[in-house]
Write a protein that binds this ligand. Structure first.
Ligand SMILES: Nc1ncnc2c1ncn2[C@@H]1O[C@H](COP(=O)(O)OP(=O)(O)OP(=O)(O)O)[C@@H](O)[C@H]1O
Ligand SMILES: [Mg+2]
Length: 231
């Protein structure tokens, strides 16, 4: 049976507001969230309700106003986002998949995946083999020498998923990963994302507007008025 020590992520009392033209906008209020190893969780909510903000806080790309975040058993520092311990933990703990892919246009497909391995300090034949295996699993093994601008959106997202998985992260954050894709391609990419996270035992937090994708995750929650709630 799972216990709280199996959590890959715990968020406690997390709040976030922004200042806009001297006005304070409260986006997230007292958020509580946890996800266990290898589990998947979807988050839905109206545009502008704070889903991307929440993922950015979990990824430590932005700082909350108050609250605590644990990556596994590691309590993240309250303010400074980029201390070196967290930076090195990030590359092996976390993989991120964005709606707009964010591949590096100057690098070919294989290099785009390998660069994430390099950043984590692991580079060698084993990483190259794993990158190739992931690209094959994603159905783009034949494109490894291609540059991203010559790929379709669906192909780019398959590469981005391989990149997110290269360091065997504990947690994948995916922010509307099929938002730019047509329905059929989006469905295929989502199936690959869910299947590969399961196979790699990576937990997944999926932000999506699509109810059927949301239902495919182990747990489905909503963000509304700054709070998380189940359906
Ligand atoms: N850096 C910022 N400065 C000021 N306001 C911000 C900033 N980032 C986000 N916001 C505001 O916070 C709110 C939440 O934005 P966020 O991008 O998290 O929404 P979202 O739920 O991801 O929406 P969508 O479904 O459209 O992607 C919005 O009102 C947005 O304008
Ligand atoms: Mg968003």
């Amino acid at each position: 049976m799972n216990n709280i020590n199996d959590s890959v992520l715990q968020v406690k009392g997390l709040s976030k507001s922004f200042l806009f033209e001297d006005q304070k906008i409260d986006v997230l209020h007292d958020i509580e969230l946890s996800i266990l190893e290898g589990m998947s969780l979807s988050i839905r909510g109206d545009s502008g309700c704070g889903k991307t903000t929440l993922l950015n806080l979990v990824a430590r790309l932005e700082m909350g106003d108050c609250g605590e975040i644990f990556w596994g058993q590691h309590k993240m520092s309250a303010s400074a986002s980029c201390n070196s311990k967290e930076a090195s933990l990030r590359s092996t703990f976390l993989g991120v998949v964005y709606q707009s892919y964010y591949l590096i246009p100057e690098l070919d497909v294989l290099e785009n995946v390998l660069i994430a391995g390099k950043l984590s300090g692991s580079y060698g034949p084993g990483v190259r083999d794993r990158a190739r295996a992931l690209l094959s699993k994603m159905g783009v093994g034949n494109k490894e020498k291609q540059i991203p601008t010559k790929l379709s959106g669906g192909e780019r997202q398959r590469v981005a998923i391989a990149r997110a998985l290269i360091n065997q992260p504990k947690l994948i954050l995916a922010d509307e990963p099929t938002g730019n894709l047509d329905e059929r391609t989006g469905g295929e990419v989502m199936d690959l994302l869910l299947m590969s996270c399961e196979e790699e035992n990576a937990a997944l937090i999926l932000v999506t507007h699509n109810p059927s994708f949301a239902r495919a995750t182990n747990e489905s929650i909503f963000l509304k008025k700054g709070k998380l709630a189940t359906e």
